[in-house]
Every structure is written in structure tokens, then in C-alpha cells.
Design a protein around this ligand. Structure first.
Ligand SMILES: [Cu+2]
Length: 136
């Protein structure tokens, strides 16, 4: 796994998100390749995997929603947000624990959660977009 590995998320299939990104990478290679000819029509979100991204819990931003809106992870786990919308979004903790830069289409942001807690978050430009990370 290196920086050139690309995860492709077909927006039509986003209800399946919630796997770890490692599983997703395998799944993408195994199952999504047959859809590539229709990718332009369906809309594909491609994200380069940086170091450490494998093993993340993935939250996909699509149609102005965080999906899934609530994730439960263990202390020490990493959550990665991927923006598959045409519009830029952020992942910003309500309590200020983290804030991503504005994520353009296809960009991702990772945050490691070392402390147990309940972390509601939102999108800075769109405060109606809300989500929650529960660290157990
Ligand atoms: Cu937003």
C-alpha cells in the first residue's frame, strides 16, 4: 500500500460505506472495476491513499451529508473523511478538537482519536451538516 493506491467510490454504492478503507480498497478493485466504463455517468470519487490511511474508518461526504452520520471507533483508531461532493466541505469538531481544511472533491482528511469520548462535528461552510464520532 502506498501513495499511488487509489480508492474509487461509485456514488451509487455509497450506502455500503462503513468498511475500513483497507477492505474498501480490496472491494474497489474486486467489484468496482466492472463499473468503470459507466463511471463518468455515475460519478466516481477517487482518493489517493496516503500513508497510514489503510485501517481507517471511512466517512463519505456525499449530497451534503456525512455517511454514516455516526461512527464508533476504539481509542487509537483513525477516521478518514472523503469528500465525494462537487462542493467543498470540512470535518470540524464542535468542541474544536480537530478541523480539516476545505476538502475539494476527492480529497480526504484523517484524524486519530486517542481519547475516549463523544465528538459531534459539523461542516464549517454548511453547519446543517452534522455527524458524530464516538470513541469507546
Ligand atoms: Cu459542507
Amino acid at each position: 500500500m502506498n501513495g499511488t493506491t487509489v480508492v474509487r467510490l461509485v456514488t451509487r454504492d455509497l450506502r455500503f460505506i462503513g468498511f475500513t478503507i483497507g477492505l474498501l480498497a480490496t472491494f474497489a478493485v474486486a467489484c468496482f472495476s466492472e463499473h468503470e466504463t459507466t463511471a463518468a455517468v455515475e460519478g466516481v470519487c477517487s482518493v489517493e491513499l496516503g500513508e497510514g490511511l489503510p485501517g481507517s474508518t471511512v466517512v463519505v461526504i456525499n449530497r451534503f451529508t456525512f455517511g454514516p452520520p455516526e461512527v464508533r471507533v476504539r481509542a487509537g483508531d483513525r477516521v478518514t473523511w472523503i469528500n465525494c461532493d462537487p462542493d467543498p466541505h470540512t470535518s470540524t469538531a464542535d468542541g474544536g478538537e480537530w478541523s480539516s481544511p476545505l476538502l475539494a472533491t476527492g480529497q480526504g482528511f484523517s484524524q486519530t482519536f486517542s481519547a475516549v469520548g463523544d465528538f459531534p462535528y459539523h461542516c464549517e461552510p454548511h453547519p446543517f451538516m452534522i455527524g458524530r464520532v464516538i470513541v469507546e
